[in-house]
Design a protein around this ligand. Sequence first.
Ligand code: SF4
Length: 511
Amino acid sequence: MQQFQASMLKLIIETSTNLPSDVRKAVMKARLEEEMGNRSSLALDTIAENIVMAQEEEAPICQDTGMPTFHLHVPVGANQIVMKKQIYAAIEEATKMGKLRPNSVDSLTGVNSGNNLGPGTPVIHFEQWERDDIEVQLILKGGGCENKNIQYALPTELDGLGKAGRDLDGIRKCILHAVYQAQGQGCSAGFIGVGIGGDRTSGYTLAKDQLFRRTDDVNPIPELAKLEEYVMETANQLGVGTMGFGGKVSLLGCKIGVMNRLPASFYVSVAYNCWAFRRLGVVLDASSGEIREWQFQESVEAFDLTKNAGETDSDDTRTVVLQAPISEEQVRDLKVGDVVIINGEMHTGRDAFHKYMIEPEHTSPVDLSGGVIYHCGPVMLKDQQGEWHVKAAGPTTSSREEPYQADIIKKFGLRAVIGKGGMGPKTLKGLQEHGAVYLNAIGGAAQYYARCVKKVNGVDFLEFGIPEAMWHLQVEGFAAIVTMDAHGNSLHADIDNQSLRKLSDFAEKVF
Ligand code: SF4
């Protein structure tokens, strides 16, 4: 097994940087189905460009490289202790190489281990089989979509859909509700794995296991095959769209599994995965550990994402170029739907930054008046001269900063907040009162945005860990869409209301 560690490193790098062929096919199909020139179609174009860039540069597709979760099938007698150690070593190496972001954080102290190792990280499941080779499958599922997983205990009452009972129709309602509740926050359009039955733990495991199925397979259980088909058709009528911008494509894949349950429990568990659906597999020679075969990677060329989906210029979209720092007048001129191109300096700030800055005695290490805060936890690498370089830098989910954002805008005189998924009423009010905007960048487009960073001007709060530090980034041509303006308008609230109304059209019994 001399090659096992090297094979694991290859698997990790490939999974982080090269999207599987069935996922590419689903993204390509979405581009063809989405209305040309609308906000979702522009977002899909950026996503497609980002996928190609990540592959060409062998760089992370998204900066959130997620929780590495390995599923291994091994022959009887295989040494699982050695394999585990070698997987740990490969994870550490991939992190050093900037292919994985350091993502393992002590839940009590908040300290990042820096190497993606720690209690519970990575997740490794072993199962024995009667074959004489080894299969290793890996999924890298990020936090934004992980936060949109949901578990229902039937019977229950659901927004828009009413009562969901302990039957196939109740399951149907839960799945549609799961897509609705995710909105754009899990970087839609997404894929869902559904687990019916089990207990709370095994139900979620079953749901996540469904994500290891090919998106184009056919469920062997006829009722579930029918339900999968129904969900794909119906969920795409909800109008959530890519990134929650509204549109025809909200869901790219739905796979449903079932297991027995206790008489008293009836769980429907849903694992939501963003468009950056990174899962690959390898079959290894059990004596050398060498890779014999790749899974989920066939015929990538057939789905060439560089091909233009069509003419995407829209007459309704206004593009505004802004140089940071930004004035209040410039910000108040912006309206929901405008595309903004930012040049100049912006500063990353996410959970640790906001929690720290909200304290009255804490001041900013740099002048933030007229400034731009970017909700982003980048992948960074330092070269031998001590210079930092951005390896991946897409937006993170903004809603986590909802308790702080309006006060931070006021305290420091910020004019723009960039993130993904939108924010709530408190921030919307703050934008209106203090003259600022929320800009939605395209979630997961980590290479696309990394290319906009021309220089790293500096860093503060490195003690919070690389993703949480305050990076001062010089950007050029950084594009995002105004989804919350300084006039009280929120595209996120509008799409949520519209999709809830649409959801209620599907309240009648179908199965
Ligand atoms: S694409 Fe979005 S949800 Fe997926 S890992 Fe990246 S930031 Fe998280």
